[in-house]
Design a protein around this ligand. Sequence first.
Ligand code: SF4
Ligand code: SF4
Length: 336
Amino acid sequence: MFMMPDGENVRCDLCPKNCKIKTGNFGSCGVRGNKGGKGIIPYYGLISALAVDPVEKKPLYHFKPGSKILSLGFAGCNLRCPFCQNWQISQINQRSQINQRSQKTDISDLGRRMQSGEIISAALRQDSPSIAYTYSEPLVHIEYILDCMALARRHGIANVLVTNGCIKPEAAAAVLKLTDAANVDLKCFSADTYKNCLGGDLEAVLDFIRLCRKMNVHIEITTLVVPDLNDSREELDAAADFIASVDKDIPWFLSAYHPDYRWNAPPTDPVFLLRTAKEAGKKLTYVYTGNFSSDNNTHCASCGAVLVKRRGYNADTSGLINNTCAACGKITDIVI
Ligand code: SF4
Ligand code: SF4
């Protein structure tokens, strides 16, 4: 899917990079390749990580709070964030070359193959109501994701996408049709930083977020606040304004960065993060902080009562009766 022959090259239309892949090579994500003029996806079904997590870890705070979620990870990513905390597995593009003689790629250390049916069986065995496609970037494996999602739907299991959202509209619509909830990274609010520092496309991400809302996919947004990259007051204000323009009730996570990979700024100052969250709270109903300990309870937007009390990844939902506030009866948008 999304790969067309173009002479001896292959053109990939999945994400805004629009890679023109030469024979024997991979596109920028290191996942989608060209073998003899044909598009190939040799990493189909190759799972780099499989774990049962609390849904709060994705992070998702307003989708089935307190539940567990089977989480699958994949190798490769179409971005190259210099602060990537998962770069050993996301940046396989550094090494992806097809061995033309053996027609194979060296993938033995990147995980193990699992058919979509095995994933669904694992979720059922673990009594997990949802599956998350997460860790580096699931969307560059869209063929496998769609297969798993369709099967999960047939078994009444919810699909959760944790993504950088940097994908073209046709592919986005195909995957969101089968998605119940998404956490989308809004990495910064500068087109220039997206393009020149992260290798991404701000407009594509904004369109993806708008499309989630339009297609009624439950959405939450995460921004890792990275000193010297995206932490100016103007940029964080602009991001909050954008989210509010889509829906002021979309939860926004402001997460603390710590040095990793190629970015060596000092860790995000917690006081700065809390101040930013307070400012954003004037525009958005639900703003949370991540990667350090703070009060991340969910309060009723009407009476202020605690709806969900959190300690680490534990969530106590006794402030809710189904999805209404137990104190005042206001209907919330929390998916139970
Ligand atoms: S998905 Fe990969 S191969 Fe396709 S355009 Fe994006 S980076 Fe290039
Ligand atoms: S989008 Fe995520 S996985 Fe990909 S390089 Fe950036 S931080 Fe890493």
